[in-house]
Design a protein around this ligand. Structure first.
Ligand SMILES: *[C@@H]1O[C@H](CO)[C@@H](O)[C@H](O)[C@H]1NC(C)=O
Ligand SMILES: *[C@@H]1O[C@H](CO)[C@@H](O)[C@H](O)[C@H]1NC(C)=O
Ligand SMILES: *[C@@H]1O[C@H](CO)[C@@H](O)[C@H](O)[C@H]1NC(C)=O
Ligand SMILES: *[C@@H]1O[C@H](CO)[C@@H](O)[C@H](O)[C@H]1NC(C)=O
Length: 810
């Protein structure tokens, strides 16, 4: 990298990085990204509500609600301001809360079904709700022309960041939320509708123990096919603290709880409390590695057979409380398995193990059961008629004995997933075979796509959408697209069909979804347009590379890299299978995994051999595959490539200074034009699209690392290949990246490509790795069995009992 290039890097890092994208609306083909400027300074989007008939998306933000027309994202959003009066803000601050938190953060938006939206906000730690008239998008006013408000206690949290969930069921609102100022009381309740039917959970540690609410779902029975007259149900997903054997750490357990829609509480016992609150533990565990993922972070509900509530599946993102590294897993649970657990034995929650042997006899009618025809025929038309002994048993036994167990579909290290959505695609002409595509949002503004066909899980694509500080906090599926949101941005991504897969490699990976690369048109086609010369037995990836064979997939050549002390090197390794990759490296605390890549701060103790292992195929096949091998040495002056080896001081002068100059220059220009001008627009959008990670090394662009421990997140990292070189996503081959910085300076910015410094040596490295990957892809063309059947096989064991006396203290 020449000093001039550093200058350019400095300039570009400020103006062209996705974090400071100049234009407020950019469109690249089918992709549109609305950045903060488009929203006129409105920030902290946390609630997203889509009107599927009109395509209007309502965004709940700080002190405002916006309406965005998803049919025309260029249109200026409509805005309602709903803020907190000055004196109220002051009194909130005087109670010890921060200025920033003493605002009105909109946390709830729900359609009331009468042309109005119910909206609730934290209102400076005094939650309030109001009504929006949709036709003229304004807040309903009272007689005195002030906003018509009602208390939001129990409907909306006090604290802007507190996790919480709400769901509308038949026009009635159900919430799981903390219901006091201190955030110490928790309720799952019915909060609107007839006052005598507003019931909630018992304040008991055995019902809810320091819960952290995640998600909720309303599952309605199929009216045409409900012979037993079963009741509709509402499911709540949360983590809670189970005080197990360990007295020092609070062990979290993920749970699902169920209440029935026609429950109105008991007459004497459980008055105005749920008589149907049952909960069970979710287990997401990889038996092979004995890794348990015990913290649930998001749930997506989907019917595998549209219109059939019994085919409902819940996909959950999990992480682990004990891992210090970032780690994410996806597990899926069927409604049928959850119902089985709820119909199974009750767990004894006594403080001792005495009851274990002789559990209390279960009275009839069965406690916690939803109303159905049989119960009604026996004279129990309402929960008010249930006998006391049934209700007392219910009160003391909210937890089921059996948990619902699933093995992860996908495990990833170095990644934190924040949000998921699942689309189902039919992959056979008669609709009998289904594939799922998981859309996973990360805490660094990326969207990952993963296909699940039978037991085969394939990572398809990783796409950076927003700047690294913007976690994805919403993914809404609408028509053939996903509306993906972060606290300050929104984008529209096409997700259905094959045509949005940009390269031959990604298209080949999506072969199991029925996608075929059409080399003539340079486009990814659906099976419907199968080319005449298509050979179904050919390895699809071979087609992408002129028919060359695969070599040495799991025996990579050792690449030796000469590096400078104080530099940061990103060693690439690409995860293809659902099992995570890990590195063996010299003992050094200055390493950190980003995705599967390893970031190394070069010091005398970090020199040596680095090997990346990835588990591929089923765990039973034993040996992990070595995917990459590097040997780091410090370049001595004698052997030095003059361009790679500059002393730190020279480095500062020749590289850092021009770089900083670039930054200042661009800052100056930015000020001049108030924001980076529209003239740069087309460049910026292409730089975003070019950053697309296609997971194959040929197109692999290592992520900008933004490790808090090493690098300040203040200025987004710029990747040389994404901006200066302007390589397209399909051909940039990069084996390692070095950041243009020194430890003394604690400055980080531009990423230079080691390939340039090592005379293109790494060009070859990348190709070798690429060749290795192709072999793994064979078999993608198999058409697979039904999804449900295969998911069932994936499960380790169903309904395995918890260890004896586990959670005996609650
Ligand atoms: C709102 O956004 C600002 C700026 O991004 C951030 O500093 C703040 O923490 C956010 N507040 C909440 C409650 O999310
Ligand atoms: C979208 O909105 C913009 C700005 O209001 C307008 O100029 C454009 O014609 C609209 N496009 C469509 C397709 O309606
Ligand atoms: C919006 O419409 C409602 C119902 O038609 C009406 O009561 C209200 O005054 C209107 N608000 C504004 C600001 O026009
Ligand atoms: C999964 O892929 C392998 C080859 O990679 C193939 O042999 C197998 O049939 C596939 N399994 C299913 C269930 O589709």
């Amino acid at each position: 990298m020449t000093p001039a290039a550093c200058l350019l890097a400095g300039f570009l890092s400020l103006c062209l990085s996705p974090g400071s994208r100049g234009a407020s609306v950019s469109s690249y083909g089918e992709r549109k990204i609305l950045s903060p400027q488009h929203f006129g300074g409105v920030l902290n989007f946390s609630t997203f509500l889509l009107d599927r008939s009109s395509g209007m998306l309502y965004l709940g933000a700080q002190d405002a609600i916006l309406a965005v027309d998803t049919g025309n994202l260029s249109q200026k959003p409509l805005k309602i301001v709903w803020d907190v009066p000055e004196d109220k803000r002051k009194s909130c601050v005087s109670k010890g809360k921060t200025e920033g938190d003493c605002r009105n953060y909109i946390r709830l938006l729900e359609f009331l079904g009468d042309g109005r939206i119910y909206v609730c906000g934290t209102y400076a730690f005094d939650p309030q709700c109001a009504f929006i008239t949709i036709s003229n998008f304004s807040l309903e006013k009272g007689i005195d022309n002030t906003i018509h408000m009602e208390t939001g206690k129990g409907k909306c949290p006090f604290e802007p960041r507190q996790h919480y969930t709400a769901v509308m069921a038949g026009g009635i609102l159900y919430t799981a939320v903390s219901s006091n100022f201190l955030g110490t009381l928790f309720d799952i309740s019915r909060v609107t509708g007839a006052v005598q039917e507003r019931i909630r959970t018992e304040q008991s540690i055995s019902w809810l123990s320091e819960p952290d609410f995640v998600s909720s779902a309303f599952i309605q029975e199929d009216e045409a096919n409900n012979p037993l007259g079963d009741d509709d149900k509402i499911y709540f997903f949360f983590n809670e603290v189970a005080k197990e054997n360990d007295f020092y750490t609070k062990v979290k357990v993920p749970r699902v709880a169920r209440v029935c829609k026609s429950d109105v509480g008991g007459m004497k016992t459980l008055q105005r409390r749920w008589t149907t609150f049952l909960k069970t533990q979710l287990v997401c565990e990889d038996r092979a590695s004995e890794q348990r993922f015990n913290v649930l972070t998001d749930v997506f509900t989907v019917q595998h057979v549209p219109g059939d509530p019994r085919s409902t599946h819940f996909y959950g993102i999990f992480t682990s409380q004990w891992e210090r590294e970032e780690l994410s897993a996806v597990c899926v649970y069927s409604l049928a398995d959850i119902s089985d657990a709820m119909n199974g034995p009750f767990k004894e929650l006594k403080k001792t193990c005495e009851n274990w042997i002789n559990p209390e006899p279960v009275p009839t009618p069965r406690p916690g059961q939803c109303l159905n025809n049989a119960l009604k025929a026996d004279g129990f038309e309402s929960s008010l008629k249930l006998p006391d002994k049934v209700l007392t048993f219910m009160r003391d036994h909210p937890l089921m004995e059996n948990s619902v167990v699933s093995a992860p579909l996908l495990v990833r290290r170095g990644i934190t997933y924040t949000k998921l959505a699942v689309t189902l695609a039919s992959i056979s002409s008669d609709n009998s075979k289904k594939a799922a595509v998981l859309l996973l949002g990360t805490d660094r503004g990326e969207l990952h796509r993963v296909s699940v066909v039978g037991q085969n899980v394939t990572l398809l694509q990783e796409t950076p959408l927003f700047k690294a500080q913007e976690p994805i906090n919403s993914i809404i599926l609408f028509k053939d697209a996903a509306l993906v949101g972060s606290p300050s941005s929104l984008t529209h991504q096409v997700v259905e069909g094959c045509s949005h897969y940009p390269s031959c490699e990604v298209c080949a990976r999506a072969r199991s979804l029925g996608c075929i690369w059409n080399a003539k048109e340079n486009a990814c086609d659906g099976v419907g347009t199968e080319p005449a010369d298509w050979n179904p037995h050919a390895d699809p990836l071979t087609l992408c590379n002129g028919g060359k064979d695969n070599v040495g997939r799991c025996s990579p050549e050792e690449k030796s890299l000469q590096v400078l002390e104080g530099l940061r090197v990103l060693l690439p390794c690409v995860q293809i299978s659902p099992h995570p990759c890990y590195w063996e490296h010299p003992q050094d605390r200055y390493t950190r995994q980003h995705h599967s890549d390893l970031e190394v701060l070069v010091s005398p103790s970090s020199l040596g051999k680095y090997v990346c292992f990835c588990e591929e195929g089923p765990p039973s096949t034993g040996k992990p595959c070595q995917r990459a091998m590097f040997f780091l040495t410090v370049a001595g002056p004698a052997t030095a490539d003059s361009r790679a080896l500059v002393s730190n001081r020279q480095f500062v002068i020749w590289y850092l200074l021009p770089f900083l100059l670039g930054v200042f220059l661009s800052a100056f220009i930015c000020i001049l034009y108030r924001r980076c001008g529209n003239g740069l627009h087309s460049n910026t959008t292409s730089s975003v699209s070019e950053k697309e990670r296609d997971l194959l090394p040929s197109s692999d662009t290592p992520q900008s690392p933004s490790s808090a421990s090493f690098l300040s997140e203040a200025v987004p990292l710029t990747k040389r290949n994404g901006t200066i070189n302007g390589l397209n996503g399909g051909s940039g081959i990069h084996a390692a990246h070095i950041y243009c910085n020194t430890t003394e300076q604690k400055l980080q910015e531009s990423v230079t490509n080691l390939a340039l410094q090592l005379d293109g040596r790494t060009e070859r490295v990348g190709q070798d790795i690429h060749a290795g990957h192709r072999e793994f892809e064979e078999g993608l063309s198999d058409v697979m069995d039904g999804l449900d059947e295969e998911l069932a096989k994936l499960k380790v064991i169903r309904g395995a009992p918890l260890a004896q006396c586990e959670e005996s203290s609650i």
